[in-house]
Design a protein around this ligand. Structure first.
Ligand SMILES: Cc1ncc(COP(=O)(O)O)c(C=O)c1O
Length: 354
């Protein structure tokens, strides 16, 4: 099966090979070399001097950590699809008061609505933003949104699960306190690592926080990081080794800009192919995600009809998600995708929808 999924995505063969290695102690010099090299590479990828922690969880672990460590009572969550909703759910499940800013499906978050929400909830401690809403195939104009939060001196948490690695992220310049992702998306590594950068401000707030638990206590993670121990507990050694290889491979081929351009190339090729077939992407023009295309099903077919028919021909796309399950299907362009697979997939899709 050739994968055009939205995560877990197909992994680079080099990554899978590296992950087959024998185990070692997570306190050994060999592991720590891989660990800190990976941390440094990721810091470069998202342009941050802040520490990057590698949680043995998926990205959602960082949603929980942001709330537990940095929000005592209230926060604002921007929602333009299912994963923004999840952030709000995580905050509420931890007893926090949440003000949700929800856009119409397919529409980006505008800075003015964050401004308005901050006026209505001036004591909100933080704002959570989904950079790339995978369920709708939409990317928000992140720097414009974080600018408003900085103006109001609010902490910013960014869910970059399906954008980190696939497009530009300037965590420090854009004033992001916690910027997180998962290994199974743009980097083409199996699931298991929650990747997140954490600012000094977030760490300072965490040190005053009560009842934040232990596993996701950012101060515990910081201590182990700065003392050169890596992680507080046993870590996902194979995944980190795979991530290390993926990042080195990207570096050798031309660095992060080369990787972003590769995503752009694949994404445009898919979108042009879709247009040729008379299909259209769901979100507002100009806000289409560079990593996931969400496509409206043609007349007379449902999203699952298209997905199932393409699957029968050897290509795994992704089904629509949440409220768009019946009316859309999605094509991911993350991870390992040989270019010729795109042509083959579009040809198959063409036969299915004609
Ligand atoms: C934008 C976004 N946020 C959060 C998640 C949840 O990530 P995970 O399953 O790695 O915890 C996903 C997963 O698809 C996602 O696409």
């Amino acid at each position: 099966m050739k994968l055009f999924t939205v995560g877990p995505v197909a992994c680079f063969p080099e990554v899978l090979e590296a992950m087959g290695m024998q185990m070692m102690s997570h306190r050994s010099k060999d592991y720590l070399k891989i660990h800190f090299e990976t941390v440094e590479q990721l810091q470069g990828f998202i342009e941050t001097k802040n520490p990057v922690f590698l949680f043995s969880s998926t990205g959602t672990g960082f949603m929980e950590a942001s709330v537990l460590n940095c929000v005592k009572e209230k926060m604002i969550v921007c929602v333009n699809g299912s994963f923004g909703k999840r952030f709000a759910e995580v905050a509420r499940a931890n007893g926090r008061e949440v003000k949700v800013i929800e856009t119409k499906l397919g529409e980006p978050v505008q800075p003015e609505i964050i401004e308005k929400a901050l006026e209505e909830m001036p004591d909100a401690e933080a704002v959570a933003i989904t950079h790339n809403e995978t369920s709708v195939g939409l990317i928000n104009d992140l720097p414009k949104l974080t600018e408003v939060c900085s103006k109001h001196d609010k902490m910013v948490f960014v869910d970059a699960v399906s954008s980190m690695g696939g497009t530009e992220l300037k965590a420090d310049e854009w004033g992001i306190d916690i910027c997180f992702s998962s290994s199974q998306k743009c980097f083409g590594v199996p699931p298991g690592i929650g990747i997140g950068s954490v600012s000094q401000r977030a760490l300072d707030v965490s040190s005053t926080m009560k009842n934040k638990g232990w596993y996701f206590d950012l101060k515990v993670w910081e201590k182990n990081h700065t003392e050169g121990k890596g992680t507080p507990m046993t870590t996902i050694i194979s995944q980190v080794a795979g991530m290390n290889v993926a990042l080195k491979m990207i570096e050798e081929k031309g660095g992060k800009q080369w990787y972003f351009d590769l995503f752009k190339h694949r994404n445009l090729k898919i979108r042009k192919g879709i247009e040729k077939l008379g299909l259209s992407t769901y979100p507002r023009k100009g806000y289409e995600s560079p990593t996931v295309s969400c496509i409206s099903a043609p007349e007379g077919m449902s999203g699952p009809d298209v997905y199932n028919a393409v699957r029968k021909n050897g290509f795994e796309l992704a089904q629509g998600y949440g409220a768009l399950k019946e009316t859309t299907f999605r094509i991911g362009n993350m991870g390992w995708i040989p270019d010729e697979y795109i042509d083959e997939m579009l040809e198959t899709l063409g036969k299915v929808v004609s």
